[in-house]
Structures are given as structure tokens and as C-alpha cells.
Design a protein around this ligand. Sequence first.
Ligand code: NAP
Ligand code: MG
Length: 462
Amino acid sequence: MKAHDGLYIDGAWRPAEGHDVIEVVNPADEQAIGQVPAGTAADVDAAVRAARAALPAWAATAPAERAARLAALRDVLVARKDEIAETVTAELGAPLAFSQTVHAGVPIAVAGSYAELAAAHAFEEKVGNSTVYQEPVGVVGAITPWNYPLHQIVAKVAPALAAGCTVVLKPAENTPLTAQLFAEAIHEAGVPAGVFNLVTGLGPVAGQALAEHPGVDLVSFTGSTAVGKRIGAAAGAAVKRVALELGGKSANVILPSADLAKAVAVGVANVMSNSGQTCSAWTRMLVHSDQYDEAVELAAAAAAKYGDRIGPVVSARQQARVRGYIEKGVAEGARLIAGGPEAPREKGYFISPTVFADVTPEMTIAQEEIFGPVLTILRYEDEEEALRIANGTVYGLAGAVWAADEGEAVAFARRMDTGQVDINGGRFNPLAPFGGYKQSGVGRELGAHGLAEYLQTKSLQF
Ligand code: NAP
Ligand code: MG
């Protein structure tokens, strides 16, 4: 894993205009592992110009050629998957096995899915006496977070390229090395100069310059709701397309007929994986009053077993934030049954797998996104109350329902105000649209729905 001291603009690594750098830190041992340039508005401007210059030729390529580049990109990601996993582990802190299967594995699947979609998609259709063309939106400004550093990049760049758009990426300051590795993969895959550009830098500097640049036609952002609101407002003022993938506070609804032990075990694992830094994590477990005590015991045991297998959270700032939420949960009267606010190790930004029982729907820990390994368990008396609690936050990104009968679970899921629901532990599907209801966002990623975000229509009448 080596850090580039330049920005990837117009097909080459170029020095940044300024001299500021970002130090990359391994959150497991707090050691500095490299530094990358902190790009500024001038660098963003150079990257947007490169993307705009490359747009006409790339937009005019045959979809089969774009599909071939995406297939080549997938192949490079496959060839370099160990390096990807090691890089994500070094800068995010995820256990290596999880980095291999998820942080490297999922982007490979998603890149592959867009190679296929680019080849198969109908970019032209007849509607009565019209021909409707789906054309690329233009230059995309992509701003990504650190929690799934490569997945979030590929989930934006692959569909953008499949559509015929060109891209400028501003990745999270905590995980820029994974983004540099992705830029190398793009280069190796033979994507033409200027089609993809990378500007590492700080959110309020490079990120804001990208979001507000008049040469950007669509801003695709994943991250916090606070920043997402600002980006949405700026895009609205400029009448610019915007896609926002924001936070979540998803409910894991265990109906009385469910296999309780399985639902609790999978629910705890879901929240603890990636140290709880997953926007779609089921951070609120809803259990019927008759089964509540049993579920609490099962969850405490499952969390304790997790113990040392959990990685750190990404930064000292994130660790402090999560510990603050745990203290707030105790102060508001929730009952700590596993973990707690004390740091479990001297070095590294670790948080113990933490579970709260006796959580009520209005508590801060049941309303706000904690983004750490913290599960809350809430009690309901009947299905209507379960639904009210499940839908009772500003978010609506994901969720889960468990029941003996699939039909019963589906009926409940259809009443949830949320974009994705896993039925009885349903598997991840890289083609299923992913995105939020309510304040969890605007737009969808992945699959054909994700591709549609990067297309606009033109109709010719005959
Ligand atoms: P964030 O600040 O929203 O970061 C997301 C991305 O936006 C990063 O690339 C960030 O750059 C950039 N950014 C920050 N301020 C910006 C601005 N004014 N204009 C344009 N871009 C800007 O999120 P965070 O600070 O990393 O995490 C804070 C909280 O957000 C977490 O605790 C969690 O609750 C939530 N979050 C949600 C998701 C999700 O997948 N939905 C992902 C990450 C975080 P920098 O890296 O330089 O800040
Ligand atoms: Mg930030």
C-alpha cells in the first residue's frame, strides 16, 4: 500500500496546487500510515475541467465499449483484492476477513453488475410516435464517506460510467488510500483520461467546492444528514440534480411467531459488523413484551461473545462521539446489558460491543444515528405499536422483519416507511435499489435504479 503525493486528474497523477496534506492514521494502533494531498478549490476546478473536456467523447462511446471498460475494472479489482482488503483494514480498521469478503468483495460484484447492465440496458426506446433516448446527465461530482470506502465509490462511479457520465470524486479524508487504489484500477482498466478524476481533500474545502462547482451537473453524496441538507440546498439553488444517501436508524422487528434466537443472533451481528458503522444497520431491535426478557438475555450473551473480534471505529472523533451517545443512554435511563462507555484498550479507537435494554422510543439513543457498535432493544405490546415505533424516526433507510410465516413478515414490511427490508435474514442483493425514505435520502443506488440516476431523457417525435 503506497500513498500517491498527487491527485489523479486527466489520466495522470499531478501535484496539487497547494502544499497541505492529510495524515492517514490506522485506527487500530493510532500510527500514521501515509499522507495524501489536501486538494483545494483550484484542484477541484482543474478536475472538473478535465471531466467536462472528456464528456463528449465518453458520452458518445457505444454502451458495449463502456461495458468492456467496466468489465476490465472489475477484473483489476479482482486481481488486486488482497491489496484492497489490506488497505481498507489499515485505514478503516475493519478485521481483515471482513475487508476481504465485504469491503473488497461487494465492490467487485457491483462493478460486475454495471458491466452487465451497461451492455444490456435499452438506452433507446419507442413510445408511440416518439423515440426516447436516455442520455448521460453530464459531469458528476461524487462525495463519499469512509465507512464502506470502496463500495461507496464504486456504487457511484460504476453506474455513472455505464451511463456515459464523467466523474470527479472527493473521498472521505479518513480513507483516501482506498480511493487512490481505485484510481489506479481505473487507469489499469483503460478508462480514457479525464473520464474519472480524484481530488483528495477536506469536506468543507474540496467537498464544498465540488458540490458548488457550476461545471458539475449532478452531485451524488453519501454521508451525514447535516452535510447532505446543505448539499441538497445548494443543488436546489443551482437547479442541479442531486442524489443523497444519508443516515439511518433502522428497526429490526421480531414478530412473536419468529425464531427468536436466530433473529436476535443475526440482529446483534448486523449491528456489530464494521463496528456499527453501517448506515443501514438495524440499530433498534423491537421485541414483543412476552419475549422481551429472553431476547435481552440472548442479545447480552451474543454481544459478550463478540468481544475482541470487533475492530475499532474509524477515528478518535468518532470514538468520542459514540462514547458520548453511550453516556447519554445511561443518563436517560436505559439499562446497559453489555459493553459501556469505557475504552476497552489503551491504544486504538475501540468501543466495546454495547447493548441497551429498557430503551423507550423517544430516547436519544433510539432516535439518533450513533454509528458505532451500539444496539438498543425496545419493547412493544402489539403489532400496531411495533409499527409506530419502527416508523417513529426521521429516517427510513432499511430494516428487518422476522416471522414464522413469510407472508406475515411481508405484510408488516409493506407498512414500514423505509427503502429496504430484509425478510427473515434475507441476503444482500447487489441489484436491489438501495436508498432512503424520509430524511434518509433522495434517489437510489445499485442495479438498474442506480443507473437511472445518471441518465436524462430526450424524446424525438415523428
Ligand atoms: P460527513 O462529514 O457527512 O462526510 C461525508 C463526506 O462529505 C466526506 O467526504 C466529507 O469530507 C464530505 N464533507 C464534509 N463536509 C462537507 C461539506 N461542507 N461540503 C461537501 N462535502 C463535505 O460525515 P462524517 O463526518 O464522516 O461522519 C459523521 C456522521 O455521519 C457519522 O457519525 C454518521 O452518523 C454519518 N455517516 C453516515 C454515512 C452513511 O453511509 N449514510 C456515512 C458516513 C457517516 P471529510 O471526510 O473531509 O469530512
Ligand atoms: Mg466530516
